[in-house]
Design a protein around this ligand. Structure first.
Ligand code: GLP
Length: 262
């Protein structure tokens, strides 16, 4: 796992956006795995800027989102489909028919999950998956104790996650306690993973993920098994890591190495 520690959330978004830009420039029909939450919003803004400046096109891109709330239709302002349209898809040239978000109000959610898996497979698999991390170490909506081999499925949200996400809902508004999420096994099949984490509320989860044991108690720790993960942190999210100096040293050495080779 490559651990990159930057000074603030803006630098994290800039770094993340440059990974996406390189990916789409290298493969115009990339399959992108996308995430919701407040962390990726700045990155999406930067991708919109890249598109507007004429530097990048998403015409051939296909995308799959990690998760969706069960019980919300795509036109509900709190649904993740709505979020993706409002934060990214409405402002770039992606073909919305190629943007997939699990269906929160499917008549049969179980077969909707199977169809989602099939659609990912048929697309050739995810080239680059963006991830955030929950305070309890969840990825997508794979809460602690999720099977590390799980596939796209219906998942109950923990009280902590419901409380954390309550800030997006108006008082008294229906807030789902179930979700559909890509499984951990599904996420692990992505060719490359980019995780962003910012702010001190994520410091404990980041520490457990990077320096703790591989355990379903911290689902994000499974990324220790993946061959190509970039974890990009601001200094607050990295503040509890024991080996910060080592990660910084490795990054400097990597930069020197790349300068020598190219
Ligand atoms: C939600 C999403 C996750 C996301 C997490 C963190 O629970 N399902 O994919 O990583 O929130 O969100 P935030 O970036 O707002 O902290």
């Amino acid at each position: 796992m490559k651990v990159v520690i930057l000074k603030d959330a803006d630098s994290v978004a800039q770094y993340g956006a440059s990974v996406f830009v390189k990916q789409v420039k290298a493969k115009s029909d990339s399959v992108l795995g996308l995430a919701t939450g407040s962390t990726p919003v700045k990155l999406y803004k930067k991708l919109i800027e890249e598109y507007r400046s004429g530097n990048l096109s998403f015409k051939e891109v296909v995308s799959f989102n990690l998760d969706e709330y069960m019980g919300l239709s795509g036109d509900h302002p709190q649904s993740y489909r709505y979020f993706m349209n409002a934060q990214l898809f409405n402002y770039i040239d992606i073909d919305k028919r190629n943007t997939f978000v699990p269906c929160g109000n499917a008549e049969n959610p179980f077969s909707a999950c199977e169809q989602y898996e099939t659609a990912i497979k048929n697309s050739g698999g995810i080239d680059l998956q963006l991830l955030g991390i929950g305070r309890n170490g969840h990825i997508g909506f794979n809460e602690p104790s999720s099977s590390l081999a799980s596939r796209t499925r219906v998942k109950t949200l923990t009280k902590e996650t419901i409380d954390d996400n309550a800030r997006f809902f108006k008082p008294g508004e229906f807030q789902p306690s179930l979700s559909i999420t890509m499984g951990i096994g599904t996420i692990l099949e992505s060719k490359r993973i980019l995780m962003l984490a910012t702010g001190d509320s994520k410091a404990e989860a980041v520490k457990a993920m990077v320096e703790g044991p591989l355990t379903a108690a911290c689902p994000a720790s499974v990324l220790q098994l993946h061959q190509h993960v970039d974890l990009v942190l601001d200094s607050a999210a990295a503040s509890l890591l024991k080996n910060c100096d080592m990660y910084r040293h490795i990054e400097e050495q990597n930069k020197l190495l790349l300068e020598r080779i190219f």
